[in-house]
Design a protein around this ligand. Structure first.
Ligand SMILES: [Zn+2]
Ligand SMILES: [Zn+2]
Length: 429
């Protein structure tokens, strides 16, 4: 059977099952016959494809795409959009671009909040719908309120934000609260993963605030690249400090929803169930559930315990020995896949001796126990790595306790300090 023998109904079926608008354009270029079927009802085909790209949250996705070129008052509501046309070059392709980033963020959300064993989304269709709809709604908020921020000041700006948020039911607001708290947590992750050599400083905290007024795709990019960089500059304090939280809280306060209830509802707004929610740390039995660390999520550690913080867990005065700590911090700069975090941790877990059988690469640990692993074994791992690389130096007698290693660069360069002291006493803390 040839393609040209297919009936209009069958071709119609094919159209409404196309995965995206790029494929639609390719198909339309392919034959006149296909075009003839398409022009009979292009609107419903385009809406069906929006659903294939985004899922049932597609009207919220189209609104966010429209906000790139239109003011809020000219953007139709979600219900209205279900009957309206989608303009391909302006909105359709934008929806497609946004959807890729939303998918990455959903994968991350699922990994950190739903199922720590999978880096791709395990959200149910309902959970995914709630997550995506809220994320697109926040995206629309970011694009339109940022515009208002330029036009209005102080209380006027806040009124616009409150008006926007007042359109949602309380349940929908809780979903927004859950998604924005996830974005904030991701931004903090990015801050730690980018600022590998320092603990969060004033500049980084400022950038975090601005990143929260950035588009979700900027957050997704920041996560992939481990780069903390907002897509907006400070025009006023409104943007840095008052962009979302204060207005969001005001809407809920106006509805007499107190802080405790708010927190409880937000915590359960997206997910119906969490895999392994009751799981305990295999070392200390703390019930940490999705926050436990193990073989499937070591790559995320960098943004929770960053390279500088790892080095600060080294023995005695070693954290202040730049010659010993700078090379590992430098190696951990950049994207997470450029350094083998899983390999490093698993080597530390497999180190001997382990008389109490405390550590194993098949077990799960809370962050506090991961810190303890670094206290006990990171120095030994660094030493083994140094020896493997052939940079063996004579050991300093005072080992990690040596005070000279922090003061005299020549001494720190000339001798190894990742060793146990063989002379002297421990220095004062
Ligand atoms: Zn523990
Ligand atoms: Zn020394």
């Amino acid at each position: 059977m040839k393609f040209s023998d297919l009936s209009g109904d069958v071709i119609d079926r094919i159209f409404i099952n196309l995965p995206d608008y790029t494929t639609l354009s390719t198909v339309l270029r392919a034959s006149k016959q296909l075009n003839e079927v398409y022009i009979r009802h292009p609107k419903s085909i385009k809406r069906a494809i929006a659903n294939n790209i985004v899922g049932p949250a597609w009207p919220a996705a189209v609104r966010a795409a429209m906000a790139r070129t239109l003011d809020l008052e000219n953007i139709p509501g979600e219900e209205e959009l279900r009957e309206r046309d989608i303009e391909l070059s302006r909105e359709g392709l934008q929806v497609q671009l946004h959807a890729e980033k939303v998918k990455h963020l959903e994968d991350l959300y699922s990994w950190r909040h739903k199922d720590r064993t999978s880096s791709t989304s395990k959200l149910t269709p309902e959970e995914s719908f709630r997550f995506r709809r809220a994320l697109y709604r926040f995206w629309l908020y970011v694009l339109t309120m940022r515009q208002y921020e330029l036009d209005f000041e102080g209380s006027e700006f806040a009124e616009e934000c409150v008006d926007f948020l007042s359109n949602f039911s309380s349940d929908e607001l809780y979903e927004l609260g859950a998604v924005t708290s996830f974005l904030k947590e991701t931004i903090e992750w990015v801050m730690r993963a980018d600022h590998v050599a320092t603990l969060p400083d004033h500049h980084a905290i400022e950038e975090c605030r601005l990143m929260f007024a950035s588009e979700p795709e900027t957050v997704a990019f920041g996560f992939e690249a481990c780069i903390l960089e907002a897509d907006v500059e400070v025009a006023s304090d409104d943007l840095a400090d008052e962009f979302f939280d204060r207005n969001f809280n005001r809407v809920l306060e106006d509805r007499n929803i107190d802080g405790e209830l708010r927190e409880k509802k937000i915590g359960a707004a997206i997910l119906t169930s969490v895999t392994g929610a009751q799981d305990k740390c295999d070392r200390c039995s703390a019930q940490e559930g999705v926050s436990l660390w193990g073989s499937t999520n070591w790559t995320l550690l960098k943004g929770c315990l960053n390279p500088r913080e790892m080095c600060d867990l080294l023995d005695a005065l070693l954290p202040r020995n730049k010659i010993e700590v700078s090379p590992i911090i430098d190696d951990m700069k950049g994207k997470v896949d450029e350094f083998d975090y899983k390999g490093m941790i698993e080597e530390m877990l497999e180190m001997e001796p382990d008389p109490l059988g405390m550590w194993s690469k098949d077990q799960w640990y809370c962050l506090e126990c991961v810190r303890e692993l670094f206290r006990q074994r990171f120095r030994k791992w660094l030493l083994a790595r140094k020896l493997n690389r052939g940079s063996a130096l004579q050991d300093c007698w005072y080992g990690y306790n040596c005070t000279t290693q922090t003061k005299t660069a020549d001494h720190a360069k000339r001798l190894n300090h990742l060793c146990e002291p063989t002379r002297g006493n421990a220095p004062p803390p």
